[in-house]
Design a protein around this ligand. Structure first.
Ligand code: COA
Length: 233
C-alpha cells in the first residue's frame, strides 16, 4: 500500500527509478521486493566495530610523510572547503556493481547544503582529512555521523582518497584518527557501524585492520517506476 501510494508522486516528480538499500540477502524484505519485480543491483556488507571488543592499539597508525591531518565537526573550514569538495569526488571510484545510483558531483555549494541539512536534523558530522603538505590540498577524508536519538552509536560515512594519493595507507590512518578522536570526545560511544560494497576489497581490508567485523550480507535492489506502476496500479 505504501509503495502504491508513493508511485504517482514519484512519477509526478519525474523520477524513473525506485532504489532500495540494505535488504538482508534471502530475507523477507528481499523476497517481497523480488515478488514486485525489483532486481538485485549490488551487494553490500554491514560491518560493526564494538568498542569494548576492539584493541585501541590497532588505531595507533603513523601518518605517512608529506601529509598532515585536520579535523572538524559540522562546518568545513573555508580554507579547505574547495579541495575537500574535490577530494569527495574520489568516492566515484568506489565499485557500484549494476546499481544506477551515482554519487553527486561535489561542489562547495553542495558541501555547505549537506552541512546545513545535518544541522537541521541535529546530526553531528565529524570529518578527518589528510592534507598534502606540498600543495595544502585535501588528499583524502573520512566522515562519521552521530545522531541525536542514538548517542551511543556512530555511523561511518564516506571515506575516499584521491587516486594519486592511494597506496600510502591514508585510508587506515584517517579512520584510525577518527576512532581515537571520537572516543576521546564521546566516551559514551559503544559501537560504530558502516556499510561497504561487498566487492570493495580496499575499504574492507582497512575496516578489518581497524577491528570491524562483518555482521550481515545485504543487497541493493532497484525497479523502474513505470514497471512498478504497471504491476501495482
Ligand atoms: C578505500 C580507499 C580509501 C583506500 O585507499 P588507501 O588508503 O590509499 O589504500 P591503501 O594504502 O590501503 O592501499 C593498499 C594497496 O591497494 C591499492 N589500492 C587502494 N585503493 C585502490 C583502488 N581503489 N583501486 C586500485 N588499487 C587500490 C593501493 O595502491 C595499494 O597498493 P600497493 O600495496 O601495491 O601500493 C581508496 O581505495 C578509495 O578512495 N577508493 C574509492 C572510494 C571508496 O571506495 N571508498 C569506500 C566507500 S565508503
Amino acid at each position: 500500500m505504501l509503495l502504491r501510494a508513493v508511485l504517482p508522486v514519484l512519477a509526478a516528480e519525474g523520477r524513473t527509478l525506485v532504489h532500495g538499500l540494505g535488504l538482508r540477502i534471502g530475507g523477507d524484505g528481499e523476497r517481497w521486493a523480488a515478488s514486485l519485480g525489483f532486481a538485485r543491483s549490488h551487494g553490500w556488507v554491514r560491518q560493526q566495530l564494538v568498542v569494548a571488543d576492539a584493541d585501541p592499539a590497532l588505531w595507533d597508525v603513523p601518518l605517512p610523510a608529506g601529509y598532515r591531518l585536520e579535523q572538524w565537526s559540522d562546518v568545513t573550514p573555508e580554507s579547505l572547503v574547495a579541495s575537500y569538495a574535490r577530494a569527495k569526488g574520489a568516492i566515484h571510484d568506489a565499485p557500484s556493481g549494476d546499481s544506477s545510483f551515482r554519487f553527486p558531483e561535489w561542489t562547495v555549494e553542495r558541501v555547505r547544503q549537506a552541512e546545513a541539512e545535518c544541522r537541521e536534523r541535529g546530526v553531528e558530522q565529524r570529518v578527518v582529512a589528510a592534507v598534502h603538505e606540498a600543495d595544502g590540498e585535501v588528499a583524502g577524508l573520512t566522515e562519521l555521523e552521530v545522531h541525536p536519538a542514538n548517542p551511543g552509536e556512530a555511523e561511518q560515512q564516506q571515506t575516499a582518497v584521491l587516486a594519486e594519493h592511494r597506496g600510502h595507507g591514508l585510508g587506515l590512518c584517517l579512520k584510525s584518527a577518527m576512532m581515537l578522536r571520537l572516543l576521546s570526545d564521546r566516551p559514551a560511544i559503544v559501537q560504530v557501524g558502516t556499510t561497504t560494497a561487498a566487492d570493495n576489497v580496499h575499504m574492507q581490508r582497512v575496516n578489518g585492520q581497524l577491528g570491524y567485523v562483518t555482521v550481515r550480507a545485504m543487497t541493493e535492489v532497484e525497479a523502474e517506476v513505470a514497471a512498478l506502476r504497471r504491476r501495482l496500479e
